[in-house]
Design a protein around this ligand. Structure first.
Ligand SMILES: Cc1cc2nc3c(=O)[nH]c(=O)nc-3n(C[C@H](O)[C@H](O)[C@H](O)COP(=O)(O)OP(=O)(O)OC[C@H]3O[C@@H](n4cnc5c(N)ncnc54)[C@H](O)[C@@H]3O)c2cc1C
Length: 288
């Protein structure tokens, strides 16, 4: 099913993101975890893609199995930062041959070895290419409520975002954020610029100390005092930190839905217990 269909009625939806294994040896354990998350019956699941293309085969295989064996709609990611036009064409065809109808089109972070594509500079180039390869694919794009780290002015970032939408995105998913006001301000600014497509807030439950440093540093997300206090109090106790992190994310979600932001995307980090904890916290709101 196309994700644009799933989002059409603005009913509350919940989706989970998983990442593929970096090595084939880990495939089975990742598939098991992703399958347990699929068993929670999210509206769809996304499967990420290594920026340099190193996970291509595992992304495609995991996406296929989730859709065919676990009966969940899948959004398969694709990056272009180090890809050629031929790579992209092959990957789109691979996804199509595995029954994938939805692609998250991303530039990707520049790989450590500095390799850059000669064919693509920005995600918008990839979006146009996917459109021309197969006009029937439903395409999603990434957006950044606090602005992308490489862009000094948010107004410019929003101008580029509009180019992605005009190139053919049907929906956008946000970078993680820890203060909902950041999202509300962003939505106001993009709607003012005429971006009307659905925006899925990306919620990251922060459930252990390692993640705090890594996720926050990578995303550049602002850390509110309320979040710092939680980490300060519970960070040294894994069980308490996990519970507190789920509650923090669940509170963000309930506030978003209360304010009419109905399509929630959760970065589940391949952890079924975290996905289940989030789902339980607003199951009645979801109508479960
Ligand atoms: C929801 C989500 C999912 C993600 N999934 C993955 C994944 O699976 N794999 C992965 O490797 N990474 C992933 N990322 C990370 C993403 O690849 C990085 O954030 C990357 O740095 C930017 O990708 P983009 O698609 O947003 O790029 P773009 O939209 O190309 O934007 C990148 C930068 O270029 C600027 N820009 C865009 N167009 C122009 C232009 N015409 N002229 C000048 N500047 C321009 C933008 O303002 C921005 O600063 C994800 C991010 C998000 C939010």
């Amino acid at each position: 099913m196309k994700i644009s269909q799933i989002l059409k009625d603005n009913e509350v939806t919940l989706s989970f993101e998983v990442f593929p294994p970096k090595t084939d040896a880990l495939f089975e354990s990742v598939e098991k975890a992703a399958g347990e998350i699929a068993a929670l019956k999210p509206h769809f699941m996304s499967v990420t893609y290594g920026a340099g293309g190193n996970t291509a085969a595992n992304t495609a295989e995991l996406a296929k199995r989730l859709q065919k064996q676990h009966d969940v709609t899948v959004l398969a990611h694709l990056t272009c930062v180090a890809a050629s036009r031929e790579d992209v064409r092959n990957m789109v065809q691979t996804y199509r041959s595995k029954g994938i109808e939805n692609i998250m089109a991303l530039r990707g972070d520049v790989p450590k070895d500095g390799r850059r594509s000669e064919d693509y500079t920005y995600a918008v180039d990839l979006i146009r290419d996917i459109r021309s390869i197969d006009p029937d694919i439903c395409i999603g794009g990434a957006c950044y409520p606090e602005g992308h780290v490489e862009c000094d002015r948010q107004s410019e970032d929003i101008t580029h975002l509009k180019e992605k939408v005009e190139a053919g995105c049907s929906f956008l998913t946000t970078q993680m954020f820890f203060d909902n006001n950041t999202l509300y301000n962003f939505l106001y600014r993009i709607r003012e610029k005429g971006i009307e497509i659905p925006v899925l807030p990306g919620i990251m439950p922060i459930t252990n100390m390692k993640q705090v440093a890594r996720s926050v540093a990578l995303s550049g997300a602002t850390v509110p005092q309320r979040f710092r206090t939680m980490v300060d109090r519970f960070g040294d106790d894994p069980a308490k930190m996990q519970q507190a992190g789920i509650i923090y994310a669940a509170e963000q979600i309930v506030d978003l839905i209360a304010n009419g932001v109905n399509h929630i995307h959760v970065y589940s980090m391949n952890k079924p217990e975290i996905a289940a904890g989030i789902l339980d916290s607003f199951s009645a709101i979801l109508g479960r």
